[in-house]
Design a protein around this ligand. Sequence first.
Ligand SMILES: Nc1nc2c(ncn2[C@@H]2O[C@H](COP(=O)(O)OP(=O)(O)OP(=O)(O)O)[C@@H](O)[C@H]2O)c(=O)[nH]1
Ligand SMILES: [Mg+2]
Ligand SMILES: [Zn+2]
Length: 306
Amino acid sequence: MDGVQSGIVHEGTGGVYSVVLEDGFRVEATLRGRLKQEQRTGNRVVIGDRVTVSDSGESRTIESVEARATELVRRGRGRRDAKILAANLDRVFAVVALRAPDATTQLIDRILVLVESSGMHPILVLNKADLEGAVEAAGRLAAIYEGIGYRVVTTSTKDSTGLAALRQEICSGSSAFIGPSGVGKSSLLNAIAPELALKTGELSKKTGTGRHTTVGSRLLSLECGGVVADTPGFGDVGLWDVPPDMIAGCFPEFAELAVDCRFRACSHLHEPDCSVQTALEAGRVHQTRYASYESLHAEAKEAAQR
Ligand SMILES: Nc1nc2c(ncn2[C@@H]2O[C@H](COP(=O)(O)OP(=O)(O)OP(=O)(O)O)[C@@H](O)[C@H]2O)c(=O)[nH]1
Ligand SMILES: [Mg+2]
Ligand SMILES: [Zn+2]
């Protein structure tokens, strides 16, 4: 059976890629030599990539990779560490837990910036709304983030809060769930689409954090339509190699104000006539957001000097 078909990469481990072809069949394929070369230079084939696959009858080979519409990038320490988590996503859900482990605005801002630095606007999911004190925390956080323009969905896999709203959003196009370990990313996907039967894990008794139950990102086909990536929780959400002057652009409410700063390249840290600082003093920019900006900017600057 000869011929070339296009498809989407759903999984890739140890040099073997699982590709769902246009006709719905799932096949395993390896990379054409030329692509392997690119792989080594960092331009890796990732989940969500649209590829063409040839079939020799005995084996299947990925022949080409289409240009990506979007790339979700997690930058590491040093530019070479930049890791593309997924390609061609329509939307990203930044998932945190209101309790166990408690989300802080610092953590949320870091995750939002990670997605914004890839040019996408995440949807914020506040999970574990059933736990004590969680509803109050959800109200506080929703006020901040909805005020900036983010869509916020409060959920619980235990009492089904928000699941219908979430289901509606992931049943078309392609989505990814990202966030720390133990916040309930896999549990949420199981609650929305029980056919997935994903592995979920208890929290560590000692630290109250997740145990990194999900290993490796996979794109999953949902019965309701749409594909979704369940990703491993990241423990350390710091030190991405985003150029320092790109950080302000990852805070949508700053970008809007920045046009009125006296200097075009204003860092919003110490310049005179800075409209972000003016808005901060007037209470129109949240102190927690500004604090996150300061620390992420400092981190990015430090990383750039290394
Ligand atoms: N109380 C409560 N617990 C939840 C909720 N959702 C998930 N959990 C619990 O949180 C723990 C971690 O859930 P997982 O779904 O494995 O978390 P994860 O984000 O996929 O974690 P990693 O795969 O390690 O990144 C499990 O013990 C779940 O039962 C929720 O809405 N409420
Ligand atoms: Mg998981
Ligand atoms: Zn400014």
